[in-house]
Design a protein around this ligand. Sequence first.
Ligand code: RUG
Length: 842
Amino acid sequence: NTPVANQSTNKIWKLMEKYLPNTKEAIQSSVVNHVEYTLAKTRFDFTLLHCYQAVSHSVRDRLIEAFNDTYQYFNNKDVKYVYYLSLEYLIGRCLQNALVNLELESQYKEAMLDMGYNLESVYEQEVDPALGNGGLGRLAACFLDSMATLNYPAWGYGLRYSYGIFRQQIKDGYQVEVPDYWLDRGNPWEIERLDVNFQIKFYGAVTKKVQDGKERTTWEGSEIIVARAYDNPAPGYNTFNTINLRLWRSLPSSEFDFKSFNQGDYFKALESRQRAEFITSVLYPNDSTYAGKELRLKQQYLLVSATIQDAIRRFKKKRKEWKEWPKYNALQLNDTHPALAIVELMRILIDIEGLEYEDAWELVYNSFAYTNHTILPEALEKWGVELLGNLLPRHLEIIYNINHIFLEKISRKYPNDWRKLSTLSLVEEGTHKTIRMANLSIVGSHAVNGVAALHSQLLTTTLFKDFYELRPTKFQNKTNGVTPRRWIRCANPGLSALLNDVVGSDDWVIDMDILKNFQKIADDPAIQNRWMQVKRQNKEKLYWWVKERCGVDLNLDSLFDIQVKRIHEYKRQLMNILYVIRRYLDIKKTPAEERRKLFVPRSIMFGGKAAPGYITAKRIIRLVNAVSQKVNNDQEIGDLLKVVFLPNYNVSNAQVIIPASELSQHISTAGLEASGTSNMKFVMNGCLIIGTMDGANVEIAEEVGEENMFIFGARVEQVEELRNKMRNSNYRDYFGPRLTEVCDAISNDLFGYKYDLDALLDTIRNKNDYYILAADFESYCEAQQRVDNLYKNKSEWTKKSILNTLRSGKFSSDRTIRQYAEEIWDLEPCEIPNPSKSEQER
Ligand code: RUG
């Protein structure tokens, strides 16, 4: 007997009415239930890994309650949504973050301890989902945390790559890339949505026919695959709101290669199925360089098409009129990678929904916004017309259309200005015609933003100058931020406890600005002592990490000096290691008895991945390891100087490295680092920055005070002049004696690997020094001297460290997200009632 629908749903509703209890006993029984019924394990074959899996499932159950209620509530309130589209998310480990945000960490700690498990070791079992390259992907993850915490109705959309960024191993001093199949132990956090699938088409042909006196265009794709949704709940802190990161996985469609199948070619048919699965198989491991491969374009289109279809389906359920689209939807493009979303929405509105071109354009324009993350030319995406037209013929047609209308407007405004026409055009002419995705993103968006004040200013005065002059009000700045939940509360429990005591509550976790009110503690010797103790404990943790992975014994009394980020010439890890050599040579020249008076003991650490095809970056890693080998084994030097390359820098390693560091290096050529976000994490953790006036460093200096940092080097306005000067001289002139001696030592084979290292030095010799390393070297050495001088005065150093943390409030991603919501998305928060606070039932 089929029950009457209403009775059945009422009954189900009654049964689902209660939230899971969070007593010790309830937590234990939910964990044990998962051990037995989800994992099918017994107490005889149960490992720490299974413990992690069972705990995660138990926490996930609680997340799901919040997650379902959140979207139900949003739906009932008929809210506007923001859709955050990003090809990358570096979310990091989930268990601790979920427990902290659900405010259940102490309950789980106690429950697990009672069962004989230390929660810290359980955390260590989790693989770090690394579905991104660096700053851009981590920014997206911090934004999700802030959007949930601030109760914004939001969705994150991305791709569920089977292989994340490669794992980096160091063999004989070289980087070796190992595939990161992060799903091999399953993923307890995701919810596979078997019922959320969208068809994605590629290739095929466009046809036009006249219907009711109107031209209708249709596109029949010749390859059809399916995008399936995998949901990843992202809980807010101090709120019940939990939002969704929906990741798409490519799968074959049911209509897979029937022709081959019917012709009896079973294996060929299966091959085409595998081709479909391959699309979301691997993340492109390039940071700030554009890949240009068809597979990458397929990935971009898959994300875009599935997301737009999903958003439209949600919108239509409410049966609103199309003109209401921008009132209910904001779409944010994280760089140009998902820029095809603009074209996909146009296509659906015109070809499928039957809207007029101008009406469709208005909806698209008013709902889209674009964030630029770089001015580096090699990162700007330009898709070949041939490639794009073959894969997505209708989209190319629409792009030409958009361009045609746009350029007509330009020529009316600036008659005969061919320069303007050619720079503003979406199409770059030449033997190899390309589509400029940045131009498409600007033209199709009502707001364009850079990610730090200096970067946004450079966009309007250089890269996008002509667009800015056309419509200045479109351009905005949204300085990046990072979430204090992960980067202080989870990563630095010692500092969190200290801040709780200082503030008298944990309010700072959601309102970092209040820390400013406590600046007088910076002079308090008792606080300074506690502050130093916390740092010491964090240094001890990193000490063991380094000993285990690199076999190096660090001096715990030495200054922990760290540069961790992607390896790139513009980030100038090369300048750092050349300075290390300089220091090494100087120590060697100093009589033994005077060394400790003149030099502060330092442990200098590098970490970061090089793109697999980026030879110069790989040579920089080689040089660091060569120097490390020489210096660390030099008996004369002892523990006065240690150099270490920290392998496989990722989010979970960053959580150990950042809280332990005392000095951190953000030394890019002025104008080239759009923002940087690790600089913000270091500052929050009481680390002093040695850095150039670049990206967000400029604003950090404004907030914490230049006197509490070590600023050096050319300013952005000086860079071009320095390059010109160099072009007219021999490198021996522009190098100066200190740098020359360092380079000669390398060329004279002091560290071995002559071939690789000479080639590396050639990138700064022979008038080639585009990143003005030589020009900045002297001023860098001076700044390093200031570091040594200050470190000798522990109390002064600690005072500055405290001020760095207390003045870092601006760099919380909560501030950033609030600005996006208010100034770009026009989005209101919508907080769902918190059952734990009001004892209410569902
Ligand atoms: O290089 C930039 C960083 O400066 C910035 O902090 C980060 C987040 O905005 O984005 C990085 N980035 C830029 N990553 N990829 C690109 C170009 O696609």
